[in-house]
Design a protein around this ligand. Structure first.
Ligand code: ADP
Length: 875
């Protein structure tokens, strides 16, 4: 056995080998050491190898899925090695034969199919990055649903594309591994290097034509060499990991640049499109707008939010669908009632194709298709616009398959095919006969028991069954003598004596037992055979079933967006080829939802009008105190653009949006210590990206640029950035700043307008009104906001004095620094400084030795911990 183990292990060096032994998967040697600590299970030992103990650990087969997932999350791969024959079969080949085993599957992050390992509402993509000379492409597949896509992808677009698609695993050629590791360092995609031959484009063409069973790939549209290389690598890897069994794959769809709104990773993060800052779905835009009731609908909506469209016709047709649904809410609710019963058809189909399914997957197909059939004849859908009625043909037409599955399957089949019991009676005569024999045999046994009781005169006699003896006759010890003496001993053969019972058999009983056993195993055989014919029938129709699943998902997204629009009183946006950005009474969907939950005062709606027909300004410079609602306003407009371009209604009274081809957002200054970059550096890197890329079709959102450095530095950078956006990028932009000095720019530049968020001052306190108005803020109210935050009264007082001095100095035209140094009565308002303690503390000594300029942010954090520790003992 160890020899077999070592041989199989040697063939799968990069993976933890799960070696099947009966009801357990066992791991040995280093695998056992690594797995036992990663899984937190006991490490034992078994036998010796080269004189040393062999470390071993194991997990029960029925619980293995959970362990796969833990290992994968911790960065391991798993090779699953199964027994390919039963121990009995092995014995037939010879007394000492080892059961045949081999690896049947490699479990990797991108190739999961089990429901328990996947998030139902999220696609799990496996991607491949192919590069031929200086061209490159990205291909990606969700093997649990069969979707395949490909797009040209220059290396510099790799990071944003990975952020957009969100694959869990990316295949790269060996030679590119290091380079790509660096590019993707900040993502959590798992990289898998493959030999260059997997990316060979001519081999790829052959692999693809074989996989899709076509003579040439032209049917799917022409693919470039690099696209072929990437697609080919996907297939090559699936062949390796699935050991020859390929999942069902839909024809590859090519995504062309310009089809979808470009959104870079930083913008995705800062706008919290599909994940909130904490990484959860809830609290993100997606989390707030998701009303879908099926897993497929949930996945489609996430794809939409990640890929807002730039196609005005497509957007309009999606909006038409919503309009139609809104015209009759009763019917829409009724449709959703039907959709709620639709199971995850895509994933059931995926498992069936990989031979990893069970009877419940067949039942899922049955009930999904049945619901689809019901929907396919709804008059309300037929009367809809093409984007609705066009779905109907793909929903119906499965009558024959539904009938077959209805006739063949019981209502609620068991999870596993192994134990049978899923084929309905009356479907197969042979099966019925075998089952009757098996079940009747059990009835005959009951009759036999009473016969024997009569014959022996022992009323307590029982016929029982266990796995060791099979069927046997049992009496209490008191009656045993009678049974073992003639004449009874001629019929009853002694088998076993236990503490308080004696067991017998008879020729008649063992013959009957054989019959029952045979009938039972024959019934199982037949069920297994029928299972294969049913799966074959399903796979034959897999293309149409996939279409049906897609239409169901679409219908789910349409009706769920309808419900959302109705709930929130959202409006249909006008999306066209203009450059308008005209929102009346817009709201922030996420902030508003949160406030509604908390029962707050109610969200204040705001207008935004950029680049209108009689409005030359395409940039708004927004000033106003902290906490006044500037960031919220900026983000809400970006989110409204996204919602409009996924084809949803928007939280506003009216919205007119000229297609936004790329969206950039730099919001809030959050420190990025873990990545070892200071806030300011991150801010500048991201600002640079925007200034280099934004064009007339972009929408740019910049919040408090330049905050991370000294006042004059910051002001000058913000100033120059705004000028560049205006003169060079010419993009639509919302620019929030606390530098009031910048409001003067609007006098000089036609494209810039000032706006401010209104506040009221009342008895020295600020009251936020959250109203965005044209014009500049009179001042920043920073001191008042600080007071709200609870800064000590003395500090607030002192700040007021400094501020007054600075402001009067400015009026007199004196530079700020001179004002403070020359005029400010330095010690008038503050208490005298405390006398220095005579002895310097350890903390002070340590501080003496610090050179702030040479500290990285990480060092600084470490230093703070150290100082805290120094202080602790004396405290
Ligand atoms: P700023 O960017 O000006 O510092 P924020 O946009 O972060 O301010 O807003 C601060 C808080 O004010 C938000 O967390 C939100 O709770 C509230 N707020 C912002 N805008 C509105 C609004 N339009 N209506 C109601 N509350 C708002």
């Amino acid at each position: 056995m160890m020899a077999q183990y070592l041989e199989i292990k040697a063939a799968h060096p990069g993976s933890i080998l799960f070696y099947r032994m009966g009801d357990f998967y066992e791991m040995f040697f280093d695998d056992a050491v690594a797995a036992s600590s990663a899984l937190d299970i006991a490490l034992t030992k078994r036998g010796k190898h080269d004189g040393a103990d062999i470390p071993m650990c194991g997990v029960p087969v029925h619980a293995a899925e959970g362990y796969f997932l833990t290992l994968i999350r911790k960065g391991f791969r798993v090779a699953v090695c199964e027994q390919l024959e039963s121990p009995e079969e092995a014995k037939k080949r010879g007394y000492k034969s080892v059961v045949k085993r081999d690896v049947v599957r490699l479990v990797t992050p991108g190739t999961l199919t089990e429901d328990s390992l996947l998030n139902a509402r999220q696609n799990n993509f496996l991607a491949a990055f192919g590069r031929v000379r200086d061209e490159s492409a990205l291909a990606w597949v969700d093997i649990s649903t069969g979707e395949v896509r490909v797009a040209a992808c220059p290396t510099i677009r790799l990071l944003p594309e990975v952020a957009r698609i969100g694959p869990s695993e990316l295949l790269v050629a060996d030679a590119h591994l290091e380079e790509i590791e660096t590019i993707l360092a900040e993502t959590d995609v798992s990289l898998t290097p493959l030999a260059a031959s997997s990316f060979d484009s001519s081999g790829a063409e052959k692999r693809l034509t074989t996989t899709y069973g076509v003579a040439s790939l032209d049917a799917f549209g022409g693919f470039s060499r690099t696209e072929l290389a990437a697609l080919g690598a996907l297939i090559a890897y699936l062949e390796i990991t699935q050991k020859g069994k390929l999942p069902l794959l839909r024809p590859p769809l090519r995504e062309t640049p310009g089809q979808v709104m470009q959104i870079d990773p930083a913008t995705r993060r800062s706008l919290e499109l599909t994940r909130s800052m904490s990484g959860a779905r809830s609290g993100s835009l997606l989390g707030v707008i998701d009303r879908t009731v099926t897993a497929g609908g949930g996945r489609l909506l996430e794809q939409r939010v990640s890929n807002p469209s730039c196609d005005t016709d497509l957007i309009a047709s999606r909006l038409d669908a919503l309009g139609h649904m809104l015209s009759n809410n009763m019917v829409t609710e009724d449709l959703r009632q039907t959709l709620r019963q639709v199971p995850d058809i895509d994933r059931a189909l995926g498992r069936i194709s990989l031979d990893r399914a069970g009877p419940r997957d067949l039942a899922a197909i049955r009930s999904g298709l049945t619901q689809a059939e019901t929907l396919s004849s709804k008059p309300f859908l037929m009367d809809g616009p093409p984007s609705v009625s066009g779905l109907l043909p793909t929903l119906g037409g499965h009558g024959a398959l539904i009938d077959l599955l209805d006739a063949a399957l019981v209502a609620e089949p068991p999870l596993l095919a192994r134990d049978g019991g899923f084929i309905a009676s009356g479907y197969d005569a042979e099966l019925d006969e075998a089952q009757t024999l098996r079940d009747e045999g059990r009835g005959v046994i009951a009759g036999m028991q009473s016969d024997y009781a009569d014959q022996t005169g022992i009323s307590a006699l029982k016929i029982k069954h266990n796995n060791v003896l099979g069927y046997f006759i049992e009496t209490t010890a008191t009656h045993a003598d009678k049974m073992m003496a003639p004449p009874l001993s001629e019929t009853f053969i002694h088998r076993q004596t236990t503490a308080n019972a004696v067991r017998f058999t008879t020729v008649e009983l063992s013959e009957l037992e054989t019959k029952i056993l045979n009938a039972g195993s024959r019934a199982l055989e037949i069920e297994k055979r029928l299972y294969s014919t049913l799966t074959a029938e399903i796979l034959k129709a897999s293309g149409q079933i996939g279409e049906t699943a897609r239409s169901l998902a679409e219908l789910d997204v349409i009706t769920s967006l309808t419900v959302l629009s109705k709930e929130g009183d959202w409006c249909r946006p006008l999306v066209d080829g203009s450059r308008a950005f005209d929102i009346t009474a817009g709201r922030h969907p996420v902030v508003e939802a949160a406030q509604r939950r908390e029962g707050g005062a109610g969200f204040v709606a705001n207008d935004c009008a950029l680049a209108g027909p009689d409005d030359p300004s395409f940039i708004w410079l927004i000033t106003g105190p902290n906490m006044a609602g500037k960031s919220t306003f900026l983000r809400q407009n970006a989110l409204i653009a996204i919602l409009a371009q996924i084809g949803a209604y928007v939280p506003a009274q009216k919205a007119h949006i000229g297609i936004v081809s790329s969206l950039f957002s730099r919001v809030g200054a959050s420190d990025d210590l873990a990545r070892g970059r200071s806030t300011f550096m991150v801010e500048m890197v991201e600002t640079a990206a925007i200034l280099n890329q934004a064009d007339e079709r972009s929408l740019v959102i910049l919040d408090e640029i330049g905050r991370g450095t000294s006042t004059y530095d910051g002001l000058s950078i913000a100033w120059a950035t705004l000028e560049h956006l205006h003169d060079v990028n010419k993009c639509r932009a919302l620019f929030a700043t606390h530098y009031h000095e910048m409001t003067a720019l609007s006098n000089r530049m036609d494209g810039i307008d000032n706006a401010t968020v209104a506040v009221k001052e009342w008895e020295g306190e600020v009251i936020f009104l959250y109203q965005v108005q044209r014009g500049a803020a009179d001042r920043s109210y920073g001191v008042q906001v600080a007071k709200l935050a609870g800064l000590p009264g003395a500090v607030i007082e002192r700040a007021r004095i400094v501020l007054d001095m600075l402001e009067s100095g400015e009026r007199k035209g004196v530079a700020a620094r001179e004002t403070i140094i020359d005029d400010l009565p330095l010690f008038s308002a503050t208490p005298p400084p405390a006398p220095k303690p005579a002895k310097t503390s350890e903390v002070e000594e340590r501080l003496e030795s610090v050179l702030p300029d040479q500290l990285t942010p990480m060092d600084a954090l470490a230093l703070i911990y150290e100082l805290k520790a120094l202080k602790e003992p004396s405290a």
